[in-house]
Write a protein that binds this ligand. Structure first.
Ligand code: MGD
Ligand code: MGD
Ligand code: MO
Length: 771
């Protein structure tokens, strides 16, 4: 009998949950979910295969053809080099570009989710490294809620309500009778929290709400956006037209005198100007339910009923972040706040509005208001940043001007791109355009653990460890747990920790001390933990010593003594707790936004048709509205080659969901491979027929690894929908991502299926012996 291999267990964490890593013979063999987690994510099962995947980058590598200026195709060959050579190359390129062009020629925004561990958070580290090295061009806001992040300060004086700071579930459960969820409450999204999740309890809270008699309404093009146990009423809506439904409801409240005039006078500014728009004084069109029905497809009678119901019973309203990830995506958010103001429940227990309940783990979770574990990067001496989603515009148009939130700005001339902890060839829109934009810089440097599409577009690739290969501390302000993440296995291949790569580069560049501050890994872990401990101490909570925390692997912060209610203090005393807006009130009309004079961002909520939607002329050529939502089987593009994600593919391609009539009209059946296309590009996908979709709506999750066809015809053979999405800002006000405003056509794919190459490592030459 052979003895069982010695098995060791380590506490660990990723964005989709906490777990115990089981290690045998130096290999990760299993992930056992955190015992306190009532609904662990199935995505945990992808980790062992991913950590030991043949797609791991095991040695530093340089792209063949880089020095000769050959285009970056995503399928180039690489040559492996030693760490010494690689670090000299990177330090040399940074020095050369800084000397010749200054810090604004280095782009280091490096957007992306990186790891749940906060010491080794790659994006934070690259910004820290570049800031201390003289500066760089950064990225501000995010793809998640970029439009809201810039808009909400004009209306509420802060964007906190969009980050997940919401009225606690217990308050909603005891007080609300109706919850209207624009974009639904899909549990697939609450698998994930940036910085990790302790207990996945969104389902628990939703079930309690249902049991307490809260009625749910799911306003979404997708029925599956509400879990069945909610018995939600489904109101199918045309994508990107929620603002129209809300305006129709607002019109009912106003014309039937059901709006709360006292609340509007005391707590809001500019309702009268909005009312003039609502009744048609300003543009000759009254925003009646009949007007709304024509545009959003929801019957006028239904709009009336919903408005009356919301006025009759205590109502809580939420919207997913996806609503604002669309052209003119500010409008549904502004309209939702306005609608809640007209209903008068803002600041009362269980009423008013919130955001993100269907987007992420955490909104509504009772949690003490404490900062999560983090080490913010130092100030950037170059003082230059672009709105995150304007990256391709920046690369393609150096010196070009653009507008953003009241400012006219100029794009810098980028020579070097540095990315660690993100995958722009997943996250950005119009990837064929991004690929053209990526030809502009002289040098692209990427730290990655796997040969992702972004690593394949780099010139110098440095292999990074995964969280299992280092010690860290993880957690988020949206969750009451803080986790110790123990190093479970040795680095795979020659992979190094991002922090050590940057320290070695800083050493070569002469600022090692500033970068490391003399700390090693465990000293950083202690520092991060101490930050949480100090924050807790200020609230009178005594947390255990680092030693004890590290040994036990987890701490749980106590539950708050009373429910948090969004804007409760403002409601109680609007003078003492005036908002950070110019009027100190909720700005239903904003004079500041009016002064900007943007025709794509008026001073109050309004219907502005997006460039692409089912009512656009474009819809004659491309008659399906494509929603690219978050994937149920992975986090964005992470673990896409792993077993959990791959099990959801159809002949290796990403799935596209089509309504039965839309499929029948094109002669398509379940399992067919189709070409999804528009004027920007095309991708392959496998058909899934779904009777729970609004008419003319197609749904494809994001994150299939970009696999451009070698013929250069703009076809992605794997099913990455970002070859189809438009690369335009939400508006000049917020310049967010407009991913959800996409029209496409679908046709049966004929001919031999092209092979998927994204899951094979690139061709790798090796001319130096491993060190
Ligand atoms: N069409 C469309 N596009 C979208 C969206 C949409 O709804 N529709 N959603 C957008 C949103 S909200 C977001 S947040 C973005 C997400 O975009 P990203 O955050 O860029 O996507 P990820 O796939 O999470 O990429 C993270 C990368 O970091 C790498 N990584 C992880 N840990 C480490 C580490 O420790 N070190 C290093 N060096 N690398 C590491 C992973 O391997 C992975 O490649 O996508 C956006 N794109
Ligand atoms: N499993 C998993 N969960 C995730 C992520 C992941 O990659 N995987 N990513 C995380 C990240 S980074 C973020 S930012 C959040 C994003 O959270 P969201 O952006 O809110 O997520 P989505 O899944 O794109 O959208 C939620 C639902 O809104 C609906 N919807 C789309 N457009 C419209 C519209 O115009 N009107 C209405 N009424 N509904 C619409 C879609 O049917 C969709 O299912 O998700 C997080 N959660
Ligand atoms: Mo996001």
């Amino acid at each position: 009998m052979t003895p069982a291999p010695a098995s060791r267990r380590f506490p660990s964490l990723c964005h989709w949950g906490a777990f115990t890593a089981t290690v045998e013979n130096g290999r990760l063999v299993g992930c056992t979910p955190f015992p306190r987690d009532p609904a662990p994510s199935p995505m945990l099962a992808a980790l062992p295969a991913m950590v030991h995947s043949p797609l791991r980058i095991t040695r530093p590598a340089v792209r063949e053809g880089w020095r000769e200026g050959k285009p970056r195709t995503g399928h180039d060959a690489f040559r492996e080099i030693s760490w010494d050579e690689a670090l000299d190359l990177v330090a040399g390129e940074l020095t050369r570009v800084h000397a010749a062009h200054g810090p604004t020629a280095v782009f280091g925004g490096s957007y992306g989710w990186s790891s749940a561990g906060r010491v080794h958070h790659a994006r934070t580290l690259v910004r820290r490294f570049l800031a201390l090295g003289g500066g760089f061009v950064d990225q501000i806001a995010n793809y998640s809620f970029g439009a809201a992040q810039t808009l909400l300060p004009h209306i509420l004086g802060t964007f906190q309500p969009v980050t997940g700071r919401a009225t606690d579930w217990p308050s909603v459960i005891s007080n609300a009778k109706l919850m209207i969820a624009f974009g639904g409450l899909a549990l697939k999204n609450s698998q994930v929290g940036s910085g990790g999740v302790g207990a996945h309890d969104t389902e628990t809270w939703l079930r309690r709400a249902r049991a307490a008699g809260v009625g749910f309404v799911n306003v979404s093009p997708v029925n599956a956006d509400a879990p069945e146990f909610l018995d939600a009423e489904w109101i199918p809506i045309r994508p990107n037209t929620d603002v129209v439904l809300m305006l129709g409801m607002a019109h009912v409240l106003l014309s039937e005198g059901r709006h709360d005039t006292t609340f509007l006078e005391r707590y809001c500014a500019g309702f009268d100007r909005f009312a003039d728009y609502l009744v048609g004084k300003t543009d000759g069109t009254a925003k009646t339910p009949e007007w709304a029905e024509e545009i959003c497809g929801v019957p006028a009678q239904k709009i009336r009923e919903l408005a009356r119901r919301a006025a009759d019973v205590p109502t809580y309203m939420t919207a997913t972040w996806s609503l604002q990830r669309a052209h003119h995506g500010e409008q549904p958010y502004w309209a939702l706040i306005t609608l809640a103001a007209m209903l008068g429940g803002i600041g009362l227990p269980g009423q008013g509005f919130g955001f993100g309940h269907g987007s992420i783990h955490g909104p509504g979770l009772p949690r003490l208001s404490l900062p999560g574990p983090e080490i913010p990067p130092p100030p950037n001496p170059a003082k230059c940043a672009i709105p995150v989603a304007r990256i391709a515009d920046m690369l393609l148009d150096p010196g070009g001007t653009y507008e953003f939130n009241g400012e006219r700005l100029t794009y810098p001339d980028i020579r070097l791109v540095y990315w660690a902890g993100g995958n722009p060839f997943h996250h950005h829109q119009d990837l064929n355009r991004l690929q053209r934009a990526f030809q502009k810089p002289e040098t692209v440097i990427v730290h990655e653990s796997w040969w992702t599409p972004t690593a394949r577009h780099a010139d110098i690739v440095l292999p990074a460890t995964t969280t299992l290969e280092r010690n860290d501390v993880g957690g988020t302000s949206r969750d009451p747990f803080v986790f110790a993440m123990h190093k479970a296995i040795a680095p795979v291949g020659e992979a190094k920790n991002d922090i050590d790569i940057f320290a070695a580069l800083a050493e070569r560049l002469g600022y090692a001390e500033a970068f490391t501050q003399g700390r090693d890994e465990m000293a950083w872990c202690r520092l991060v933990y101490q930050g949480i401990r100090d924050g807790a101490a200020k609230k009178g909570i005594d947390l255990p010593s680092f030693q004890q925390f590290w040994a036990e692997g987890v701490i749980e912060l106590p539950a708050p003594e009373r429910d948090y209610v969004l804007m409760e203090e403002f409601r109680a005393d609007p003078v003492a707790h005036r908002l950070g807006t110019p009027s100190g009130k909720i700005e239903i009309t904003s004079d500041v936004v009016q002064r900007f004079g943007y025709d794509d961002a008026p001073p109050h909520p309004a219907w502005l048709p997006p460039a692409e939607w089912l009512g656009a002329t474009e819809a004659q050529r491309f008659p399906l509205h494509l929603l690219t939502n978050q994937p149920v089987r992975r986090l964005h593009s992470q673990t896409d080659p792993g077993p959990v994600s791959v099990a959801g593919k159809i002949l290796g391609r990403e799935a596209i969901r089509l309504a039965p009539d839309d499929a029948a009209a094109r002669g398509l059946r379940d399992g067919d491979i189709v070409r999804v296309f528009n004027a920007r590009g095309a991708c392959l996908a496998g058909v899934v027929i779904d009777s729970g979709l609004a008419a003319n709506v197609a749904v494809m999750p994001t994150g299939a690894w970009f696999d451009p066809s070698p013929s250069g015809d703009g076809l992605d053979v794997h099913g990455n929908p970002n070859v189809l999405t438009p690369d335009i800002g939400t508006s000049r006000l917020t310049q967010g991502s407009s991913a959800q405003s996409t029209l496409v056509e679908v046709e049966k794919f004929v001919g031999a299926l092209p092979p998927i190459r994204a899951f094979d490592p690139p061709s790798l030459a090796r001319d130096a012996a491993p060190v």
